[in-house]
Design a protein around this ligand. Structure first.
Ligand code: BDR
Ligand code: CA
Length: 306
């Protein structure tokens, strides 16, 4: 089977770690590059975490370090959710430093996209600073991007502010640039992330699934994205699930803008389901997910991580 070439832009992050695992071990995806961006914790830490994960998984994927802060707003991390290091709870091996490119993430993305025979899918599971910079500096890349399948945003309420989701609210200007880029976008936001739950009985099964399952179980014990007993939110795996199993979702094609000047709602994704703004659709928004099937898919996917 021909694998689909993707670039993951990430900020590991406990849910990022699991999403990366599933993508790396999938027979359908070819992870060409992993780029990092400050988000859940600092750029230094998310990059070290990525290099640790790759050593742990035994996968040699090049890594490039990107933006250390948002374009305009102050950087505020989410170490309250993921722990101080971003992947608290497991004793990972040393970072595999030789995988770190000397190129900046934006330049590495440009090179990989332009060199690819097949159009690349971008999979941002973090704030969109690197992707916005890429489009601003190298708009020519757009012609060789198949689509962007992102985790971020919400058609309802938020998890960072009343109406804003973390990945968008961390760098709202960057998110707006990406939504206005003209590149096809799939948005898997909180509407599905909040229903993509791993329940305690799933965690017990996952614990038995070899070394990746054991690692996941230990991270789950520290993760504050939901609760171990009432369900852990696997936000970032929603983007990977869309690539591998789109039938899990109900999707609406619509216009999405990012609120930049709200007095209480900055960083909100304005999902215009009823066409009030009279603008052309620019995104497919995942409105709902089959939570039961997601749990099965997630467990099957982790079981394949060997
Ligand atoms: C998103 O924010 C981060 O904390 C998670 O890794 C995920 O990408 C969920 O809002
Ligand atoms: Ca993330």
């Amino acid at each position: 089977m021909k694998k689909r070439p993707i670039i993951i832009d990430t900020d590991p992050g406990i849910d990022d770690a699991l999403a990366i695992a599933i993508a790396l071990f999938s027979e359908e995806l070819d992870v060409k590059l992993i780029t990092t961006v400050a988000g859940n914790v600092s750029l230094e830490n998310v990059t070290l975490n990525t290099l640790r994960l790759l050593n742990f998984f035994g996968k040699d994927v090049p890594v490039a370090k990107g933006a250390e802060k948002p374009l305009i707003v102050e950087f505020v991390d989410a170490s309250n959710v993921h722990g101080k290091t971003g992947m608290e709870g497991y004793d990972f091996p040393e970072p595999k430093e030789e995988l770190l490119l000397s190129e900046h993430a934006v330049n590495a993305m440009r090179r990989v996209i332009m060199e690819s025979e097949e159009p690349i899918t971008l999979v941002p599971i973090a704030t969109l600073t690197n992707i916005a910079l890429l489009f601003a500096m190298y708009p020519e890349v757009k012609s060789n991007i198949k689509e962007i399948v992102m985790m971020g945003g919400s058609a309802a309420r938020g998890n960072k502010g009343v109406m804003s989701e973390f990945n968008i609210a961390t760098d709202p200007e960057a998110a707006q640039m990406v939504f206005q880029s003209g590149v096809p976008i799939v948005m898997a936001g909180l509407d599905v992330g909040l229903k993509a739950l791993v329940m305690p009985e799933d965690s017990e099964e996952i614990k038995q699934m070899g070394k990746v399952g054991d690692m996941a179980y230990h991270l789950f014990k520290k993760y504050r994205g939901g609760s171990f007993s009432t369900g852990l939110k696997m936000y970032d795996s929603c983007a990977i699930a869309y690539l591998l199993c789109p039938e899990l979702y109900n999707v609406e094609e619509t216009y999405v803008g990012v609120e930049l000047r709200g007095t209480m709602t900055t960083g909100c994704t304005v999902v215009d389901l009823r066409g009030y703004l009279k603008r052309e659709p620019n995104a497919k928004v995942c409105m709902d997910i089959d939570g039961k099937k997601f749990r099965e898919w997630f467990k099957e996917s982790i079981a394949k991580c060997i």
